[in-house]
Design a protein around this ligand. Structure first.
Ligand code: B4P
Length: 197
């Protein structure tokens, strides 16, 4: 199996690039953000709980998102690989993911981290907030809170994977297609190495 993590701050283009990556490389796309927004729109008890956190720019509790990912992994026994988008966002989530993948006798192959300046991120999220209806995108105070949470809780996850020699940093500013080319080259390189082993 070939399992990728697409990593980066809010608005760095994880969702945008994930759609293109899964189409080209035939991976199963697992976005905790999309899964949570589906629960919210379906008004499930999990969705109602998650909304409270998302609207304030906070992370949803680890056990909730880990449980969602566990269910998705079990539901795709034939997958040739997964693309994790927006997960893991804490060290506890990263450790849980390693354990869940070990149960499937697989592991993370590569972590691609998109790097974008904070000014550009704010611009993108406020722009998206005008049309997306996402309550976490149209208030600059909530956006700034999301960055603070990212720095405190999520950035250490990059270090976790760096220690495992799995982290590649990719410039995330420029056209969507140029960034996709850079991500694709990194994925192809990794897949070649994997087939040589
Ligand atoms: P997510 O849904 O993961 O979303 P995101 O971080 O806001 O955005 P992403 O990086 O995917 O940006 P996108 O491509 O859309 O999380 C939302 C919330 O859910 C979190 O704050 C948290 O509360 C909760 N949550 C999710 N996962 C969790 C977890 N594991 N644990 C706990 N809580 C969790 O791009 C943004 C905008 O930029 C778009 O409008 C796009 O069109 C634009 N854009 C993209 N690339 C561009 C480019 N190259 N140039 C210009 N604009 C670009």
């Amino acid at each position: 199996m070939f399992n990728l993590v697409l990593f980066g701050p809010p608005g760095s283009g994880k969702g945008t690039q994930s759609e293109k990556i899964v189409e080209r490389f035939g991976l199963i796309h697992l976005s905790t953000g999309n899964l949570l927004r589906k629960e919210i729109s379906d008004k499930t008890p999990l969705g109602l709980e998650a909304k409270n956190f998302i609207d304030k720019g906070q992370l949803v509790p680890d056990e909730v998102v880990i449980g969602m990912i566990d269910t998705c992994l079990v539901n795709h026994p034939e997958a040739k690989g997964f693309l994790f988008d927006g997960f893991p966002r804490t060290i506890a989530q990263a450790e849980a993911l390693d354990k869940l993948l070990a149960l499937k006798k697989t592991s993370i192959s590569k972590v691609l981290a998109l790097e974008v300046s904070e000014d550009e991120l704010v611009r993108r999220l406020l722009e998206r907030g005008k049309t997306s209806g996402r309550t976490d995108d149209n208030d600059e105070a909530v956006i700034r809170k999301r960055f603070a949470v990212y720095k405190g809780e999520t950035e250490p996850v990059a270090h976790y994977y760096k220690q495992q020699n799995k982290l590649d940093r990719i410039p995330g500013e420029g056209s969507i297609d140029d960034i996709f080319q850079k991500l694709s080259s990194a994925i192809e390189k990794e897949r070649e190495l994997a087939t040589q082993e």
